[in-house]
Design a binder for this molecule. Sequence first.
Ligand code: SF4
Ligand code: SF4
Length: 314
Amino acid sequence: MQINTLGRSGLKVSKLCFGTLTMSPLQQNMSPEAGARLLVYAYERGVRFLDTADLYGTYPHIRLALKDAPDYVVSTKAYCYDRQTAQAALERAYRGLGRDYVDLFMLHEQESLYTLRGHEEALKYLEEQRSLGHIGAVGVSTHFVACVRAAPRFGMIDVIHPLINLEGIGIQDGARQDMEDAIASARAAGIGIFAMKPLGGGHLIASSRDALRYAIDSPLLDAVAVGMQSEKEIDADVACFEGLPDAREQLEALSGRRRRIMVHDWCEGCGRCRERCAQKAIDIVDGRAKIDQSRCVFCGYCARACPQFCIKVV
Ligand code: SF4
Ligand code: SF4
């Protein structure tokens, strides 16, 4: 497994990062024991980097896994905007992970220069904690090109966790090329780049070989977070990252896995997905999108239309 340095943070991470959203109550809702087994399985195959968030509810899974996989570099993120909220989120991470140190702590879902300025007090608190040795690095996660462009202005930001994938699905304010240009500038400033959603939130599964290949081969990305929900999937993704590009596609074909589409409970019922669905598979019921799986052809067009990124094809 390729190990890279995450920019000026100096953190040594495997290029394949285990994204734990898939095992969380928001998605597969695995028990901490089941989640920990998968994390340890991946660790035994060379994965040394995992990602979570205050929101995901996977601290118990990770805490258990760290007993057998102590050298995981742990990244987490939280919605905090000032000193108090950052301190509280960091303390939840310490308690949840059973550690008094977090390798990488990020502000979740930043958007632009203005949101970064609005959260500067939290960033300064995290910078202070980094200088005291309680955090290894400070970062931001984002779906916005504007945030990636602005981050180098903030000297305390060591790492950016941007959304980027083969088709640019989910980038909120531009195309893939715009994000690549912004990432290149951030890298030139010494910032480590750790990408999210290489499979476009689930709807690049049909072209997962090409989508993963794009992320693996990109010289702009130090690491790539991939959600994995079974040992077979870990084997396939590890094989892809180690240079066997057909592995994941073979897994899809062999498993005959049925696709599903799901709507996260942060759906706001705006109806944009319904407007995009040519199959008329979506209705808004009680303020939330409801999808008729029998009509759905899993094209993923509705997921692209969702401003909240809450539809997933799995
Ligand atoms: S576009 Fe997204 S937020 Fe709007 S109704 Fe559809 S799923 Fe919900
Ligand atoms: S995936 Fe395609 S067919 Fe299915 S609900 Fe979305 S837009 Fe409609």
